[in-house]
Structures are given as structure tokens and as C-alpha cells.
Design a protein around this ligand. Structure first.
Ligand code: SF4
Ligand code: SF4
Length: 413
């Protein structure tokens, strides 16, 4: 098997991605959803009228990752909207940030438990899943022998992962060593697309040729290579059995941004207060990689890059499986990764012609067309990871993601 996985789709990189370092900006106000990580809500530990400093803890939990003020300013409201709870902070640029609290001793003197507790208190969660990083590290202990760092940006419109790898190879290597110690693995593999030459050079400059712990694996670009099961299949040339976690077969996968956050949390004492986002697409006037404070309105992020022109649409997430962004109410969370401003696709929902294309491209070996009639294997509802390949290739324009999503909902009832 080549350095790839079954199914998926090849999409030409459109040239809309760009090679500029991320821009940082501070909005006038932020609204932070207190339930923005997988696993539940945190509890606010501030009240309306309080003054907070950027990086100060604003919501806690005894098992989940903490939330921190993304900007310095005044807590103007604790808001309840659509069954979600938000902390609204008005920015005040004159106020200082909270003091950082890094580890002061070398990594070799820090225990795995101290590492996971630090990561939890600094609010680190998965880049795309929002899954608390400390819980994933703890779950991997005693099971995984190899840590894979996901440096892939398989979506054609995205580019912030590439910028992170090029800008911060030293921090990534150090962050990987910290996670490796937190789990207790003896092997680390950085996985990146074979056409990312500058990222590869940047990493190799830091790692060198003979590091006994760390190596680099270069993979054939294809969507959705960034999904951890597909990535692992491409790296180790073996599929993760259906229904099993990657650490069940000895591997655990963390994204490049998460590794950077772990480094910042442990070595710099910096909590997670912002998110890397790519804003791009055919109708985007000024594509950019941004570092946006958590809680920034999605509309403000889109406007920063030229807004959404008439007869265009703003998608939240990937070009293949993204949904229309809620620009009125949506805010940046710790798992926001992309806004794509693109043309509205003409509606074209015809009958399934049983061409079988969806089967050929499904990385999970499912027969997606059977979701339409409901005669799919019930176990497939769980196995489908909503990558969107089936919908992307369907010549009849059938909205398979909506159909599968409905099947998943019905199965939970
Ligand atoms: S790709 Fe579309 S038309 Fe072809 S079998 Fe699948 S659902 Fe049916
Ligand atoms: S059925 Fe699910 S996993 Fe398979 S291609 Fe469609 S969305 Fe992806």
C-alpha cells in the first residue's frame, strides 16, 4: 500500500491558499460559549461587571479544560441564548494580560500527571474535535507506543497548519517531546503531505537526521488525509479496525496546532485564548490566516477578509463537508478552523443512479447510497465520520450528508 488510504478524493489546490504568516487582531467584544469542548460545560468563575485580564481563568471544571479570557476588559454579560451560555467581554486595550505560569524545571523532571494537569488548566483541546487534550493523553497512556503528529491540511482552501509548521518547527518538536513524556511513548512521527517541501525542510532542520525518538513521514496528498484514521493508515500502511480507537493498535494522533498549544502551555505558561483560522474561497476578497480571539463573531472574521459578497455563501469548515456559517450568532470556538467564502452551488437533487461512485470514494468502506433508502447496516451510522467524500462525488447532487446526519440523529433517539 502506498503512503495513502482507501477512497477519498483528489482536489486540485486552487491557489487560494497563501503563504503569509497569520495576522493577529482584537475585536471590540467577544462572546465565549462555556460549552465549547467535547464532554460538557465549564462553570463561570467570574460575574457581570468584573474586570478580567487576557489569560485569566473565566470558567472551570474539575475534569474538563478551563476557559480563559481571550481579551482584557470588562465582563458585560452572562448571556443565555438558544440553550447555550456565553460570557461576553468588552475589550479594553489599556489593561495588561495575566502573568504567564510556565514550568520552570526541565521536561525530564516533570511527571506525566503534572503535564496533563497543566494542559487541562491551560485550556488545551483538539484543533478540530474540541476533545480535551489531557483526556486523550491519559487515555493513550499504557496503550500507545507511538505518537503521530498530524501536520496535514487536506482541505484545498486551508493553509494555517502549513504556516504553523513553517513558523514554529522548534516549538512543535519540543511540544511533541512533552506529549511523548505525558503518554510514555518511545517513538514520534511527524506526518505531512509530500508536496509540503518547506514544512519538511523546516522540521528536518530542527530534528536532524539521527534523532532516536523523532522521524518524518511524507504522505500522498488526498482528502480527507487529515482525519486521524486515514492519516494513520497512510503512515503505518495498516487500517485501524472499525469501531476501535487508534490507541487500541498502539498509536495516538495529535494535530500540529494542539502540539503548539501544549508547548505554549507548558514552556511559556500561556493559556489558549485564540484560534488559528483560514479564511479563503473563490469569492473571498482578501484570503488570510488569522489568529482570532475565542468568542470573536464569525461575521467580524469574514468582514476582516472582505466580507461575503452578494450571491456568495460562507461555509464553516471544509470545502467538502462544511455547513453554511451562522454569521449572525456564530462565534470562534477552540475548534473553528476555516471559513470559506464561495459561490452558491445550484440545487440539483436527482435520483440515485446507482453509479457506485460514493462507494469507491468512502474511506470507511461504507455504501453511502444505502442511507438514502434506510437499508444501510445500522453500525455504519457510527462508522461514518461525515467526511463528505460521497456527497462531493455524487453526480446526482444528492445531499448525502444531510441524509446520514438524520440517520445518526434517529439512531440516538
Ligand atoms: S454517487 Fe450518488 S448516484 Fe451514485 S450510487 Fe452514490 S448516491 Fe447514488
Ligand atoms: S459515508 Fe460517511 S465516511 Fe463514507 S464518504 Fe460519506 S461521509 Fe465519508
Amino acid at each position: 500500500m502506498a503512503n495513502s488510504f482507501f477512497g477519498g478524493i483528489k482536489i486540485n489546490k486552487t491557489g487560494l491558499s497563501h503563504g503569509k504568516a497569520p495576522e493577529i487582531y482584537t475585536p471590540a467584544a467577544v462572546a465565549i460559549n462555556i460549552a465549547q469542548q467535547a464532554g460538557g460545560e465549564t462553570v463561570p468563575c467570574i460575574k457581570e461587571g468584573d474586570t478580567v485580564r487576557k489569560g485569566q481563568v473565566i470558567a472551570e471544571s474539575d475534569r474538563l479544560a478551563f476557559l480563559h479570557a481571550p481579551v482584557s476588559g470588562k465582563v458585560v454579560r452572562l448571556l443565555e441564548k438558544d440553550e447555550s451560555h456565553y460570557i461576553v467581554i468588552k475589550s479594553d486595550h489599556t489593561l495588561p494580560e495575566a502573568d504567564p505560569v510556565p514550568f520552570t524545571q526541565p521536561i525530564s523532571e516533570i511527571t506525566p500527571e503534572q503535564i496533563t494537569e497543566k494542559i487541562r488548566r491551560m485550556g488545551v483541546v483538539g484543533t478540530y474535535s474540541g476533545f480535551p487534550t489531557h483526556i486523550k493523553i491519559i487515555a493513550s497512556r499504557g496503550k500507545a507506543f507511538c505518537l503521530v503528529i498530524n501536520c496535514v491540511q487536506s482541505d484545498p482552501y486551508g493553509s494555517f497548519v502549513r504556516e504553523i509548521v513553517k513558523e514554529y518547527p522548534e516549538k512543535l518538536v519540543m511540544g511533541a517531546r512533552i506529549i511523548a513524556r505525558g503518554i510514555g511513548v518511545k517513538q514520534v512521527i511527524f506526518a505531512l503531505e509530500s508536496n509540503e517541501r518547506r514544512s519538511y525542510s523546516a522540521l528536518m532542520r530542527v530534528i536532524g537526521e539521527k534523532d532516536p525518538l523523532i522521524s518524518v513521514s511524507r504522505l500522498t496528498p488526498k482528502y480527507p488525509l487529515g482525519e486521524e484514521r486515514n492519516l494513520l493508515c497512510a503512515v503505518i500502511k495498516k487500517e485501524v479496525p472499525a469501531g476501535r480507537a487508534t490507541y487500541d493498535i498502539g498509536y495516538t494522533v495529535f494535530s500540529a496546532e494542539t502540539v503548539l498549544r501544549v508547548f505554549e502551555a507548558c514552556a511559556e505558561g500561556k493559556p489558549v485564548t485564540d484560534k488559528y483560522i483560514t479564511v479563503s474561497g473563490e469569492r473571498c476578497a482578501s484570503p488570510a490566516n488569522l489568529i482570532a480571539p475565542i468568542g470573536t463573531s464569525l461575521r467580524a472574521v469574514a468582514e476582516k477578509c472582505g466580507g461575503v459578497p452578494e450571491k456568495a455563501i460562507c461555509l464553516y469548515g471544509s470545502a467538502v463537508n462544511g455547513k453554511e456559517a451562522d454569521l449572525e450568532n456564530g462565534c470562534v470556538s477552540k475548534s473553528t478552523s476555516q471559513l470559506i467564502i464561495t459561490d452558491i452551488k445550484p440545487e440539483k437533487t436527482e435520483e440515485c443512479i446507482r453509479c457506485g461512485k460514493c462507494i469507491l470514494h468512502c474511506p470507511m468502506h461504507l455504501a453511502p447510497h444505502t442511507f438514502i433508502t434506510g437499508d444501510h447496516n445500522p453500525a455504519w451510522q457510527k462508522l461514518c465520520d461525515m467526511c463528505g467524500c460521497c456527497q462531493y462525488v455524487c453526480p446526482s447532487g444528492i445531499k448525502l450528508l444531510d441524509i446520514i446526519s438524520q440517520c445518526k440523529k434517529e439512531a440516538q433517539q
